[in-house]
Design a protein around this ligand. Sequence first.
Ligand code: ADP
Ligand code: SF4
Ligand code: MG
Length: 252
Amino acid sequence: MKKIAIYGKGGIGKSTTVSNVSAAMAAMGMTVLQIGCDPKADSTRNLTGGKNIPTVLDTLRENGDAELEDLVVKSSTGVLCVESGGPVPGIGCAGRGIITAFEKLEELEAYEIYKPDVVLYDVLGDVVCGGFAMPIRGGYADEVCIVTSGEMMSLYAATNISYAVKSFGKRGYASLRGLILNAKNIEGENELVDKAATEIETRVIYRLPRDPFVQQAEAQGKTVVEAFPDSDMAMHYKALAKLLMEGGKCLE
Ligand code: ADP
Ligand code: SF4
Ligand code: MG
């Protein structure tokens, strides 16, 4: 079982990228578990017809004895979808919610029952506090990729996340695989992201173009892989999925 965490600033395109990669991996015949770790709880939306599924935290708040089927939704593409959810706004710790969801999935033996080939965590990384760093520091993810554009704020978040991965990496936890450039088409974008990669001693593992098919698929509540399987953008997501599964060297 391969466990990959995809971090990045809010709005940068994590959920779009992760759900397309999940759909592509499922189409390759793999059992995929996608876990949204963002209080926005919309990570798996494009896999489930544009509707948000109930979150683990909300479900547990109503019923502490919830079963696995109440927490995991199988999408039409075959991806097993989970949303950790968030605390009541203003009260409680969002990171703690992620931990609660992870612990519940373990307690209910989700990994033994579903036997996923790959687990993809979609994690908000604007602030890498202790809570949101859980997939890295708790030994949940083996590899971390960071989605960024050439915009300064997303590169700033990428730098912070990379420091967090490196500090925990020394203890044998997840290692940084590299950056995924999700283009915003700003001037000199490739060079800006290359420069940041060099500064944080990593590399750009994939460059995703900006493509209007992403919005068109989203409007249908679908991934590009599902809605426009023969498009160039679908090919990109499939290539990224293949690359992530192949592994490759993680830089320390
Ligand atoms: P995050 O999960 O990081 O908060 P989302 O995946 O929800 O971000 O993406 C934010 C918006 O950006 C979405 O509305 C999506 O349609 C758009 N988007 C993401 N990636 C691309 C892309 N490669 N081309 C065009 N639009 C994109
Ligand atoms: Fe907020 Fe993170 Fe602190 Fe939790 S650990 S209260 S999410 S800053
Ligand atoms: Mg998201």
